[in-house]
Design a protein around this ligand. Structure first.
Ligand SMILES: Nc1nc2c(ncn2[C@@H]2O[C@H](COP(=O)(O)OP(=O)(O)OP(=O)(O)O)[C@@H](O)[C@H]2O)c(=O)[nH]1
Ligand SMILES: [Mg+2]
Length: 293
């Protein structure tokens, strides 16, 4: 039996969560085109033959601008210690090793784990460019493997998993074969609503949003959940934007969230959303604790 803990590291927006979902074969982590989408460490567990792989998706490595950012960076640090493999994810569109990625290279060198460089979004570039990146990075650091993939198009994922299986240790499994994530249904609901906010809102508004499920109850003898959730934002003006003219934006957030939650939980959902202001919560240690313990 083999088992391995694998952490996915990289800059915001490189496709870490898309990769986690591709590996899991189902949606576990939320994805958006805006940087700093992921705020927590999120696990996906896959069991293949005699191997069990436990992947952890992490927030993008960035310079924190508030206490939430600092908390996210702590989460990244906690997720990189004691693991067997680090997947360092970069964007194939990079023209060179960016200064931010240079720093991550140094960081990865200091972690006691096997490391694989994963070049994502290869669907957007020419093959020659991928070869250039491979050369640049292999001159900079020793990797067990360098693997080009497209997480979006599910290209190269099987190869990546096979390479990981080759380098993980003999070990008993840590999870039951039918477990696939550490996320609770409540977390999945909160994150799904936050994803719709990220996708439907612009500028600073979605970054200042936190979602909290107030109650989640299954109706007896029915495949139906009643879910009440609050969307918190940082300013009064943001509340107006989230609700929209005649409530149209909030309605859209609710409809899209409900459709996804129904798919993920395989049940009908009656979703009610409220919007509240929690002034400057991202920079207030006490308020932050309410959302991110
Ligand atoms: N073309 C292309 N786009 C991709 C690929 N993988 C991810 N994306 C897109 O890149 C954007 C960011 O994806 P995420 O998975 O949210 O990125 P992330 O690294 O988790 O970002 P943070 O959570 O903010 O750190 C989304 O718009 C994805 O659809 C890929 O292989 N090809
Ligand atoms: Mg992410």
């Amino acid at each position: 039996m083999k088992s391995g803990f694998i952490t996915i590291l990289g800059r915001p927006n490189v496709g870490k969560s898309t990769l986690l979902n591709a590996i899991a074969g189902q949606k576990i982590a939320i994805v958006s085109s805006k940087p700093q989408t992921t705020r927590n460490a999120i696990k996906a567990i896959i069991t293949k033959g005699d191997s069990q792989l436990i992947f952890t998706d992490t927030p993008g490595i960035h310079k924190p601008k508030n206490k939430l950012g600092e908390k996210m960076n702590e989460t990244i640090k906690d997720s990189q210690d004691g693991v067997d493999v680090i997947l360092f994810l970069i964007d194939a569109n990079d023209k060179a090793i960016t200064p931010a990625n240079q720093k991550i290279v140094e960081r990865v060198k200091g972690i006691k784990a096997k490391r694989i460089l994963v070049i994502n979004k290869v669907d957007e570039v020419k093959k020659e460019h991928i070869l250039e990146l491979i050369k640049l990075y292999s001159d900079e650091c020793d990797f067990e493997a360098i693997i080009p993939i497209s997480a979006l198009k599910n290209d190269g994922i099987k190869h990546l998993i096979d390479e990981i299986i080759k380098i993980i240790p003999e070990s008993p499994w840590y999870y039951d074969e039918d477990e696939f994530t550490d996320q609770t249904e409540r977390q999945i609901v909160e994150e799904t609503i936050r994803e719709k906010c990220l996708r439907l809102l612009d500028e600073e508004v979605p970054h200042g949003i936190a979602v909290e499920v107030i109650s989640m109850k299954k109706r007896p003898r029915k495949k139906l959940y009643d879910i009440d959730a609050t969307i918190y934002c940082e300013r009064k003006s943001h509340k107006g934007i989230i609700i929209g003219k005649d409530g149209v934006t909030l309605k859209r957030i609710g409809e899209r969230s409900r459709a996804d939650i129904e798919k993920m939980l395989d049940t009908k959902v009656n979703l009610k959303l409220w919007v509240k202001v929690k002034e400057g919560w991202r920079d207030d240690a006490n308020k932050l604790k309410e959302f991110y313990k």
